[in-house]
Design a protein around this ligand. Structure first.
Ligand code: UDP
Length: 258
């Protein structure tokens, strides 16, 4: 097949024109960046693992009624998604203090929060993705109030579902980032989950040892980054080499400990 037209190249993914109008191919790279591009590296095999992990999580979310852009995985590094207009907001859901939140509130990492806290960041590299409020979002026209309501309620539902799913495989979902898009269809527009859900944008800690199983291993030079992503995939039951067993449900906590 002729090489598809590249639409956009981001830090961890490349977007190509899809096979039919209204579709896009997401190609997952092994590249990793942190601290607003100041730290760059390659995590060998990350793209393959993230493609699988995001496919798995988006499909599970879709089954619970969360609208997503995901259509199907095409191969080891590519997935077909619906073309959406990305809302330039990163929605972060936090269950425990970590990262920038720990610094802002001088709260030790791992401190449980009184309830899940949702934050919005404006996606803008030049500005370093600043924390913003609903006021900024509506005043600058990045999203309207009903769209913010949709993003908030979907994010909390996603948090409940994913927290339980990861708990089932011995992982604590400390915090994570989501992106949403506008899907235009038959004169209608609706908000759907877009981008990816992978250890690049989640903090996942082993429930027994508190070991970090996510991109913090890269950010903080902790080593064994690819191994940690692989372990997340293994626990979810989706390591590529598992072949036909790919389709089985997540392992139980008991299985994960074996
Ligand atoms: N996150 C992300 N992309 C960003 C910023 C944050 O995916 O540009 C994720 C990050 O992996 C973590 C959560 O959002 O799971 C909260 O990140 P935080 O605000 O603590 O920022 P960090 O400490 O990662 O700079």
């Amino acid at each position: 097949m002729a090489r598809r037209r590249k639409i956009y190249e981001g830090k961890a993914k490349v977007l190509f024109e899809g096979p039919e109008p209204g579709t896009i191919v997401q190609y997952f790279k092994d590249d990793a960046t942190a601290f607003n591009n100041q730290k760059q590296g390659v995590i060998t095999g990350k793209g393959v693992l993230n493609n699988r992990i995001s496919e798995f999580l988006m499909m599970r979310l879709s089954e619970t009624g969360i609208p997503t852009h995901f259509v199907r995985r095409l191969n080891m590094r590519e997935q077909l998604v619906k073309e959406v207009e990305i809302i330039p907001i990163e929605v972060v859901v936090r269950n425990m203090a970590a990262g920038s939140f720990s610094e802002r509130f001088k709260m030790e990492e791992g401190t449980p929060l009184p309830r899940s806290i949702v934050e919005y960041y404006y996606k803008n590299d030049e500005l370093g993705d600043p924390l913003v409020t609903e006021e900024h979002i509506t005043a600058f026209g990045w999203a309207n109030p009903p769209e913010i309501d949709d993003m908030l309620s979907l994010s909390l539902r996603i948090n409940d579902f994913l927290s339980g799913l990861f708990m089932g495989v011995g992982l604590r979902l400390v915090d994570f980032k989501l992106e949403y898009g506008r899907l235009y269809k038959d004169d209608q527009v609706r908000i759907v989950l877009a981008d990816e859900i992978t250890p690049d944008g989640c903090r996942l800690w082993d429930m027994k040892t508190n070991e970090k199983m996510d991109k913090d291993r890269f950010r903080r030079d902790m080593g064994s980054v690819a191994e940690a992503y692989q372990e997340v995939a293994r626990r979810l039951g989706i390591l590529p080499e598992l072949g036909p067993r790919d389709l089985r449900a997540p392992l139980t906590l008991h299985d994960a400990a074996q």
